[in-house]
Design a protein around this ligand. Structure first.
Ligand code: FES
Ligand SMILES: [Fe+2]
Length: 458
């Protein structure tokens, strides 16, 4: 495996020393490979992954490439979902040209007929006594539908985990979870790392490349990455005018993330679970991915930025710089996430990086991921999101805006960071409560914490 801790050594710091400082050789990366039989691929195959918006599946089979495998998805005429190896086990014709049946799909070439679970139902040109039907199956994977997304499980059939149902889709009460799917021509790990890198919100989205987020993001934050039961929070705490603004995103292994919107102007107090985007970073293969999930349209998110259902869909999301279809000059003048992440390379050369202190979240994610992959190699079942007594899986993504009390010196970076972490972790401490109760309890504890700081400051 590659050594994630290896630092590039300082070689030659003279001006114009490009010759002496060329990037070190790229190496196959333990954490980035997704194909069958690779350590990372085997780990990812322990989880459910979304792969299509349900409405993308119409009356014809849809070719899908997922975790380096070529597949076709379809819904048979009985309404059952199928995800089969793309090439027919007879002589390899693509089932993209298969004819969907009441039960399963029939290959166009010689009519072999496969059920959604891969069983061979019929081999019409073969003699009655043929044993093909009992001796072989077309490779098939389980598919489930949840909230307008189709999820696949591509791991061993005797280890099927529960499909995690997350707590983010019906809070607040008026929430509408709107599906989207965006293709990105690079490895999936880069997309997760972008979410674990909150300092880029200040530079790429506010200071350097254009005003994509609100003015508040120009204030440099204290960063922190406290661990949660399933991953960690990627958080930034800022003092914006008279307020303290805490913004915490979920990073949940392997590839789930939730992010508040970037439009908070930090003008009024508010404490709550505030995902705006819930997304999975899904590997197509080592060099291509998509991120997909839901945008949460609700009264809170609308209060900072108006959006409608129609703004989201396949390769559609209403933020600048999320696709590669803008003219190059426009992308150069105002680059966005797509430009920053894709240009790291189809697989970023991690051997040639020079990491700084703000990359702690990126490093933490790589370490957690590498450990989970090693554990899987050692036969240890990786940690999974659990349904607690059939309740939804708890998540932690939130925003907190509170008035900074006079007398407490929040220009002290450590004090600001400590306050941010304590406040954020109340969302973990009270995770067993309903979202409403959780928000009320966190609000109360944050106020108590501020009072205590005031008292201590005299
Ligand atoms: S190739 Fe599919 S039935 Fe012959
Ligand atoms: Fe971003």
């Amino acid at each position: 495996m590659s050594d994630l801790n290896q630092k590039s050594s300082t070689k030659d710091t003279r001006p114009y020393s490009g010759y002496h400082n060329r990037p070190v050789q790229h190496s196959d990366d333990f954490i980035t490979q997704v194909g069958p039989g690779t350590p990372g691929g085997e780990y990812l195959r322990k989880y459910w992954h979304p792969f299509l918006i349900a409405s993308e599946l119409k009356d014809l089979p849809v070719p899908v490439r997922l975790l380096g495998e070529d597949l076709i998805a379809f819904r048979d005429h009985s309404g059952r979902l199928g995800l089969l190896h793309r090439h027919c086990i007879h002589r390899g014709t693509s089932l993209e040209y298969g004819i969907i049946a009441d039960k399963g799909i029939r290959c166009c070439y010689h009519g072999w007929h496969f059920d959604v679970d891969g069983r061979v139902l019929d081999t019409p040109a073969e003699p009655q006594a043929s044993k093909i039907k009992v001796n072989f199956v077309q490779g098939a994977y389980l598919v489930k539908e949840w909230m307008g997304l189709l999820f696949a499980y591509m791991g061993p059939v005797d280890e099927v985990p529960e499909l995690p149902i997350y707590d983010c889709v019906d809070n607040p009460e008026d929430n509408q979870a709107v599906p989207f799917r965006m293709q990105v021509p690079c490895n999936w790990v880069q997309i997760v790392e972008n979410g674990a890198d909150p300092i880029h919100n200040a530079y790429l989205h506010a200071i350097v490349a254009g005003q994509q987020f609100s003015e508040a993001f120009k204030v440099l934050p204290q960063l922190d990455f406290p661990e949660t039961p399933l991953g960690f929070l990627s958080m930034a705490t800022r003092k914006v005018g008279d307020y303290i603004f805490i913004r915490a995103s979920d990073i949940i292994l392997p590839n789930f993330g939730q992010f508040p919107n970037g439009a908070n102007r930090v003008e009024k107090q508010s404490v709550g679970l505030r995902p705006f985007l819930t997304r999975w970073s899904v590997p197509v293969d080592d060099h291509h991915s998509f991120y997909m999930g839901f945008a949460h349209l609700n009264s809170y998110n609308a209060s900072v930025r108006k959006m409608s259902k129609e703004d989201f869909g396949v390769d559609r999301i209403p933020f600048i710089g999320q696709t590669g279809d803008r003219p190059l000059a426009e992308r150069q003048r105002e680059p966005g996430d797509y430009d920053a992440v894709v240009t790291q390379g189809a697989v970023a050369n991690r051997k040639a990086e020079h990491l700084g202190t703000t990359d702690k979240g990126v490093v933490l994610f790589r370490r957690m991921l590498a450990k989970a992959i090693r554990d899987t190699q050692d036969g240890v079942r990786p940690q999974k999101p659990k349904l607690y007594n059939n309740a939804k899986v708890k998540t932690y993504c939130h925003e907190i805006v509170v008035k900074a009390p006079e007398g407490v010196d929040f220009t002290d970076p450590q004090k600001l960071a400590d306050f941010g972490r304590s406040a954020a972790m109340y969302f973990v401490e009270f995770e067993d409560f309903s979202p409403k109760e959780r928000e009320a309890m966190v609000t109360q504890r944050v106020q108590e914490l501020l009072n205590a700081l005031c008292t201590a400051a005299g």
